[in-house]
Design a protein. Structure first.
Length: 163
């Protein structure tokens, strides 16, 4: 089954200033879409459903991640440990898979590292405690497994940005 990816830019999160300059070894920040349609981006849909203040915090968190990805450096180098750390690990297909999270105010943005310098954002949610629920852990695991399965089947597809 295809796994549709949307490249995240400042424009895609509603920020009008230009994207940062891309450095050597830049990473690509992407999010999953349910269909081959940029408007079906799960992460952006989750952000749109947040209340005003958490929504603003999520947009600012992703804006910083866009800057971090452009630098090519690991995400954790731009944050202290409280603001960015592994939030969950699990085994799948013989490897330990790590899910990270970035915190901005009461919003958590979760991600994992994919092949070819991809940073795959999975969820944005208002969270008032650091501990994930078991249901959230399963949801994150499912997102990583779907990506890995699609990657193995060579079914990672990029959606076209709206004009």
């Amino acid at each position: 089954m295809a796994y549709h990816l949307r490249t995240l830019t400042r424009r895609s999160i509603g920020i009008s200033k230009p994207d940062p300059a891309v450095g050597v070894g830049a990473r690509k920040l992407v999010a999953w879409c349910t269909e081959n349609d940029a408007e079906k981006c799960q992460l952006l849909g989750q952000i749109a459903e947040l209340e005003l203040l958490p929504r603003k915090a999520a947009v600012l968190a992703i804006d910083k991640l866009i800057q971090v990805a452009a630098s090519g450096l690991p995400v954790a180098e731009f944050y202290d440990e409280k603001s960015c750390h592994k939030t969950h690990s699990f085994d799948y297909k013989g490897k330990t898979r790590d899910i990270w999270r970035v915190r901005k105010s009461d919003v958590r943005v979760t991600f994992f590292y994919g092949h070819d310098k991809l940073i795959v954002l999975t969820h944005a949610f208002a969270k008032y405690k650091d501990k994930l629920t078991r249901a959230q852990e399963r949801e994150l695991e499912d997102a990583v497994k779907a990506f890995i399965d699609a990657e193995t089947a060579q079914q990672l597809l990029y959606v076209e940005e709206p004009k």
